[in-house]
Design a protein around this ligand. Structure first.
Ligand code: GLN
Ligand code: ZN
Length: 750
């Protein structure tokens, strides 16, 4: 038997994205949108028909967590008068009656869910109509459906309590959740796969939730659901969930889904599982990465599982929903055929699952597929593209792993060399990406314009950008990043070992998709990547021009990374490529270089016990990339988030001379932790929020700076916005930055 936990819903050619955006802009109506959705579901079920069941309710117009909130009528008060799609999209995207709910990352993926808001004033009410309808839709097309539903515990843990007592709200919500299941039972004896990824965090998910996340409660809820005549599977993924498996084994559920790709330790539960009567949904095919499956090794894994559990009780499964994969590799004609043969996206993973199932059953017919697979695996293993000895040797021999002078001494040299005023002003790198600029890059990419025309256009932008910064008196200038489409793609395109797909989109949130670079081989920098633009920009001004790079950890965390090498080794290779660039920049006379690590925190493991290891190598990689900087070269870094409390020591250990961070939205709470730990390096806490079009006035920025000065001494502070300005318009950026510089001048002279 074989199973997946969900299929990507955006569509082969992002049909859902297009339909949603057309609906939002009023170009199409609800009926047309629903028709596109229905067609997509039908197409996606067709692709799953070889599996035992097709997934129902994995589809969503925006997000599954939001769907569940809506099905329970867990709606924030500000939207209480809105219903139907209007109310649904209001929670996701905001409405003139109130702002949208927050959005945050779904565990350690790049998918973002809408955070439900719960309060004791809520009026929960179950409505399973949508689920029931889609179930019947699948039935009427002749498929055998299985319902995917987010588990109560995961839903609750991911929600935000806005008012009231936690346990009381949980009890109320639980009642309605059970009513929702009750409604589903009108369909007869259905199978529901409950996703409970929160269980991989162990029992201590959060403080003050002990009354909810305990053996009794979990047992009780799943027993109650099982009693309703439903076949219940509870699945966890992204890590092992040994502690919770123990509890689930005491319940009457039908099956347990475990991730053996990202949660090897789940093997420890096999003995206990064997003694139970439960069916094991063994997640052995990687649902998150795009590489072909090594069927032989998966077969060995299945055999080791089978040593405990009889074959009749094993369902071969994907490790998680295939939502995090692109649709299919068909049509990726720009990728070299050898590399393409190593890839497997959602559609291909289903075929692999099926083959694995047949082989596991011992069917001879599958032998040929197995042999072909072994050949491809071998070609990947032995290819020169994946084994560049020169790069491997360089990594081994590299001894330059940290800067060779301590921060205090470096700082002295830098202060003398740079001669900056107190509270130096700067920006994070990018300036507005105008439609003209995007068109220019696209025209060049498509070959509609020649190199000279393209470069002229980019240089014009840089000139304007520099002139503007000089005119308002910013101290450390940037070139504005007009040549960059994306902070990772720009570097990936110039590095060896990366490949870019034309259509491998993955949903990030709502209608938004990303197309992550694919790191297939050893990474190396062949030629300088930024020197030309930065030195051109520097030639236009006597002020300091800041070089702008993306850091190794961020490049890694925002790519699909090869799975035949440990992540830290891939990251090390990227580090040396960045080091080469830093060296060239400083040799070209650039004295401040920013190495952005926007996604440093995203790589943190889900389980506490693995954090140390990640921090160790991520830190080492950042340090390796910047070690080449001479003491006079000032290294900046930038991070986009505001929760530093638990990682502040690691941040300091990065040893960047200056770090700019997001504080504008979180007030100065964040800064306090810098003070508490006696943070010595320089800090640029964002003084205004660039995520909103609002223009801050001089007075409020002045107040913000004064507040900062109460926490950290002026010698340690830089003044800057809280992130890059590329998503803003010039009309917003110009007055905002002008006011920022103005505010600093007032403070300096007071
Ligand atoms: N230098 C980048 C920019 O300004 C940083 C982007 C980011 O932090 N996400 O756009
Ligand atoms: Zn940022």
């Amino acid at each position: 038997m074989s199973n997946i936990l969900g299929f990507p819903r955006i569509g082969k050619n992002r049909e859902l994205k297009k339909a949603l955006e057309s609906f939002w802009s009023g170009k199409s109506n609800e009926e047309e949108l629903q028709q596109v959705a229905k067609d997509l579901r039908a197409k996606h079920w067709e692709l799953q028909k070889e599996l035992d069941f097709v997934c129902v309710n994995d589809f969503s117009l925006y997000d599954n967590v939001l769907d569940l909130a809506y099905a329970l009528n867990a709606k924030p008060k500000r939207f209480k008068d809105l219903s139907g799609l209007e109310g649904y999209f209001a929670m996701a995207r905001g409405h003139n009656v109130g702002v949208a709910c927050e959005m945050t990352k779904w565990f350690n993926t790049n998918y973002h869910y809408v955070v439900p808001e719960l309060s004791d004033e809520d009026n929960y009410k179950a409505n399973a109509n949508k689920i029931i309808k889609q179930y019947q839709e699948a039935l009427s097309l002749g498929y055998k459906p299985k319902i995917q539903l987010i588990g109560l515990f995961t839903f609750f843990a991911l929600s935000k309590i806005t008012q009231g007592e936690t346990k009381a709200i949980f009890d109320k919500l639980k009642k309605t959740y059970l009513e929702l299941i009750e409604q589903i039972t009108t369909l007869g004896e259905v199978m529901i796969e409950f996703s409970e990824p929160i269980f991989v965090k162990g029992l201590n998910v959060a403080n003050n939730l002990e009354s909810i996340y305990n053996n009794q409660m979990i047992e009780c809820v799943y027993n109650e659901i099982s009693q309703k005549g439903i076949k219940v599977i509870v699945s966890t993924f992204f890590e092992h969930s040994c502690e919770l498996t123990e509890i689930l084994l005491k319940t009457n559920i039908y099956g347990i889904g475990l991730d053996f790709v990202y949660g090897e330790k789940n093997k420890q539960s096999l003995e206990a599982l064997a003694k139970s009567d439960k069916v094991l949904y063994a997640g052995v095919i990687d649902g998150r990465n795009i590489w072909i499956t090594d069927l032989e090794s998966k077969l060995a894994l299945l055999d080791s599982i089978n040593a405990f559990i009889p074959k009749e009780r094993i369902v071969i499964s994907s490790s998680c929903s295939l939502l995090h994969l692109p649709f299919s590799k068909e049509g990726e004609d720009n990728i070299e055929s050898e590399i393409l043969s190593w890839l497997s996206f959602a559609k291909e993973k289903i075929a692999e699952l099926k083959t694995l199932e047949l082989v596991f059953k011992g069917e001879k017919a599958a032998k040929q597929s197995l042999e072909e697979n072994a050949k491809t695996i071998l070609s990947r293993k032995n290819s020169l593209k994946t084994n560049n000895q020169k790069i491997r040797n360089r990594i081994q021999q590299n001894t330059l792993k940290q800067r060779n002078m301590n921060f205090k001494e470096r700082l002295e040299l830098q202060k003398n060399a740079l001669n900056l005023p107190i509270l130096p002003t700067t920006t994070i790198g990018s300036f507005p990406q105008t439609p003209e600029l995007r068109a220019l890059r696209l025209d060049y990419k498509k070959g509609n314009i020649d190199k000279a025309t393209y470069e002229k256009g980019i240089k014009e932008y840089i000139k304007d950008c520099v002139a503007f910064q000089e005119s308002i008196g910013i101290d450390v200038l940037v070139h504005g990043e007009p040549e960059r489409n994306d902070m990772v793609e720009y570097f990936g395109e110039q590095l060896e070992g990366f490949v870019f797909s034309s259509n491998a989109w993955v949903q990030s949130y709502g209608s938004r998709c990303v197309k992550p670079p694919i790191i297939y081989g050893d990474v190396e920098r062949k030629n300088p990547m930024t020197i030309e633009w930065i030195t051109f920009a520097q030639s236009l001004t006597k002020k300091v021009m800041k070089g702008m790079l993306t850091g190794p950890v961020t490049i890694l965390n925002w790519s699909f990374v090869r799975d035949d090498l440990p992540r830290h080794l891939v990251c090390e290779q990227i580090s040396l490529a960045i080091a080469d660039e830093i060296d060239d920049l400083q040799k070209a006379g650039i004295s401040i270089i920013q190495v952005d690590e926007a996604a440093f925190k995203e790589g943190y493991p889900l389980r506490k016990e693995n954090i140390k290891e990640y921090e160790k190598w991520a830190l080492e990689c950042f340090k390796t990339s910047t070690a080449i900087a001479s003491p006079q070269t000032q290294i900046h870094t930038h991070m986009c988030y505001s929760e530093f409390n638990d990682i502040i020591k690691t941040i300091e250990a990065l040893d960047a001379d200056v770090i700019s961070i997001e504080t504008a939205r979180s007030g100065n709470e964040l800064l306090k932790v810098f003070k508490e730990v006696g943070y010595t390096h320089e800090v640029g806490p964002g003084v205004y929020d660039i995520h909103s079009p609002r223009i801050p006035n001089t007075e409020e920025i002045k107040k913000q700076i004064q507040a900062l000065l109460e926490v950290l001494p002026k010698e340690q502070l830089w003044i800057n916005p809280d992130c890059g300005l590329k998503t803003r318009k010039w009309e917003e950026v110009k007055p905002s930055l002008k006011n920022m510089v103005e505010a600093v001048k007032v403070i300096r002279s007071s």
